[in-house]
Design a protein around this ligand. Sequence first.
Ligand SMILES: NC(=O)c1ccc[n+]([C@@H]2O[C@H](COP(=O)([O-])OP(=O)(O)OC[C@H]3O[C@@H](n4cnc5c(N)ncnc54)[C@H](OP(=O)(O)O)[C@@H]3O)[C@@H](O)[C@H]2O)c1
Length: 317
Amino acid sequence: MKTIQIGSTNLTSSAVALGVMRIADKTSEEAQKIVETALASGINFFDTADIYGSGQSSIVFGQALKDAGVKRDEIFIQSKAGIILPNGQINGDGERGPRFDFSYDHLIASVDIELERLQTDYLDTFLLHRPDTLVDINELARAFTDLKTAGKVHHFGVSNMNPYQIALIQNALGEEKLQIDQLQFGIMHTNMIDSELHVNMNDAASVDHDGGILSYTRLHNLTIQAWSPFQFGFFEGVFIDNEKFPELNQTLKKLASKYDVSKSAIAVAWILHHPANMQVIIGSMTPSRIIDMTKLDFQLTNQEWYDVYMAAGNTLP
Ligand SMILES: NC(=O)c1ccc[n+]([C@@H]2O[C@H](COP(=O)([O-])OP(=O)(O)OC[C@H]3O[C@@H](n4cnc5c(N)ncnc54)[C@H](OP(=O)(O)O)[C@@H]3O)[C@@H](O)[C@H]2O)c1
């Protein structure tokens, strides 16, 4: 398994991480098997959030770690907070959503409840899940300082944020550097690539949806964590073996056959091939797929990378 440094931290992580958003309804035996398979495949980084399964995902995952006898210092655990769902609170404060909430009380309470659910006393990394336009950045900085001082969070990052949002928060944090931006990215979700390739054109691909986040993260050494790498649209489905994408699947099949791996492995390798040093957060809860997706002992050529990009329906200027 290829490894990456997370941002400018000393965390050496597997380039593929497992997201446990979909683990909530698994039995304890299934969850244990998922965790064991991930570990055996070289994955040492796990991503959850306080809202996944309304909290149940972190509970099931935390128990699976215990059942599998995983030593805490051999893995990295990341959680996220800041979203309050429409139909209920997730951290015991009794308030209902929908809203985003980066208030001191909400963030502290969310971390505390996540630690309890995960049966651990620290998070390696903690992310702000989605931008809260009402954020009081000084209050946010105070929450981060207190979480760090208490030893509950080792490193911080964000998710779904653009460069100015990151810079605004970073400015308030001072020495404490944001290390991660978790963003939707994969073969069928390439806004950040499209706009970089079509700069100053009149076509739709030139529209900058994210403020140049790809170059920004490279410049400031933040790790992009690619979420939902196999989805198209906003959770519309999986593009692998999907008849809506015949050309893409044909190209993936050709490469899979050349490198003797699955199409899924090609899709993961395609993300890792980019020099931005991204991390891929896969979300499969099927052990055999997790094994397939992490067979990455091959190297795409730059031409193959572009071939896949074009087969996904993209154009070059
Ligand atoms: N920051 C954010 O806003 C945000 C948003 C969404 C997700 N995330 C994170 O990203 C992680 C991954 O997201 P995701 O689960 O949407 O990612 P994903 O890996 O793109 O999708 C996983 C889903 O696709 C299915 N799948 C994968 N390969 C397949 C194939 N070849 N054929 C059929 N089905 C296939 C899986 O089914 P099986 O389980 O049956 O294999 C599973 O339901 C989450 O767990 C979470 O940690 C973050």
